[in-house]
Structures are given as structure tokens and as C-alpha cells.
Design a protein around this ligand. Structure first.
Ligand code: PNS
Length: 162
């Protein structure tokens, strides 16, 4: 049987421990999972795409079935090019559901052969989002335990102007 490849798309600005939790669950469920970072020049990210890729590669260096890649254009086109049959998305709370349902159904319409699979992160991460991490960090709050060490280090370096 062919390898079952899943794509886990997102912005990952920054990668949080909630993302890491979902990726590790996906890596147990599928033969390979590709963390696919959207190239989105319209948004002004805190971390550049190169920084986000470098962080994810560092975090998953010991996980040979986790790949890190970038994509632009339609997600389903990227999935097709990669030969992926599954899109993984995390669902934290009911508030995520509407947006995720819309995306999943639109993606299904665009390519019925790609299935979206939702996974729940560990309950410790249900309130966690990249947006909140950025806000707390910008306002001087402690983000220890919310993001991988590699993210924390980069953000501190950025704050120091390095
Ligand atoms: O981490 P995010 O910002 O919630 O991820 C959103 C993402 C990257 C999954 C979504 O914006 C996306 O898939 N963009 C690619 C463009 C696309 O395919 N749009 C139609 C999907 S309904």
C-alpha cells in the first residue's frame, strides 16, 4: 500500500506547543506529515517565512516522518502535487468550528479526493493561539511552556534587536 501522506497547513507565526502537539499526533497516525507554511506576502508576519521554516525544522529534527515545506496558491493544489490524501487541522474549541468547516467543505469541493481530518490538541493547549502568544510576548508576558524553546529564543533575539 502507498504511504499515507498528510499535509498540516498554516501560518505558524509563531509555531506554538499546540501546533507541535497536533503534528506529533499526526506523525503517529500517518506515514508522513508535511508542515506546510503558507507564503503570504499580504500579512506582515512577526517571523519571516525563513525563520518559521528554520524553527520547525529544528523542532522536528528528531522526527524523520515530519517534513517542513512552504506553499502558495490553493492548498488542494499543493496537496495534489505532494501526493497527499489528507489535510490535518486542529480543532481547539467550538469557536474554531465554523471557519474550519467552511475551509474543509471548500477544499472538498475543489478536490473531493483530499479528506480533511480534525484533531484535538491536548487540553492544556485549547486556549492557545499564535495571535495570543504574539500579544502576550509583545506586552512583556511570560510565554514559557506555550511555544517551543526555539521560538522563544528567536522572539527574545528579535526583541533585543539582534
Ligand atoms: O494557520 P491559519 O492561518 O489558520 O491557516 C490558514 C490556511 C493556510 C490553512 C489557509 O489560509 C489556506 O489553506 N490558504 C491557502 C489558500 C487556499 O487554499 N484557500 C482556499 C481554502 S478554503
Amino acid at each position: 500500500m502507498a504511504d499515507r501522506l498528510a499535509v498540516y497547513p498554516g501560518t505558524f507565526d509563531p509555531l506554538t506547543n499546540g501546533h507541535v502537539d497536533i503534528i506529533l499526533r499526526g506523525a503517529r497516525l500517518f506515514d508522513r506529515i508535511v508542515v506546510a507554511m503558507l507564503v503570504n506576502p499580504e500579512k506582515s508576519p512577526l517571523l519571516s517565512l525563513d525563520e518559521r521554516v528554520a524553527i520547525a525544522r529544528e523542532v522536528f529534527a528528531d522526527h524523520p516522518n515530519v517534513d517542513v515545506d512552504t506553499f502558495d496558491g490553493l492548498l488542494v493544489d499543493y496537496a495534489r502535487r505532494k501526493g497527499a490524501s489528507v489535510i490535518v487541522r486542529g480543532l481547539r474549541a467550538v469557536s474554531d468550528f465554523e471557519y474550519e468547516l467552511q475551509m474543509a467543505l471548500m477544499n472538498r469541493r475543489l478536490n473531493p479526493e483530499v479528506e480533511t481530518v480534525f484533531m484535538m490538541p491536548g487540553e492544556a493547549y485549547t486556549y492557545l493561539s499564535s495571535r495570543l502568544v504574539k500579544e502576550v510576548f509583545a506586552l512583556g508576558g511570560d510565554i514559557t511552556g506555550l511555544v517551543p524553546e526555539a521560538v522563544h529564543v528567536r522572539l527574545q533575539r528579535k526583541r533585543a534587536g539582534a
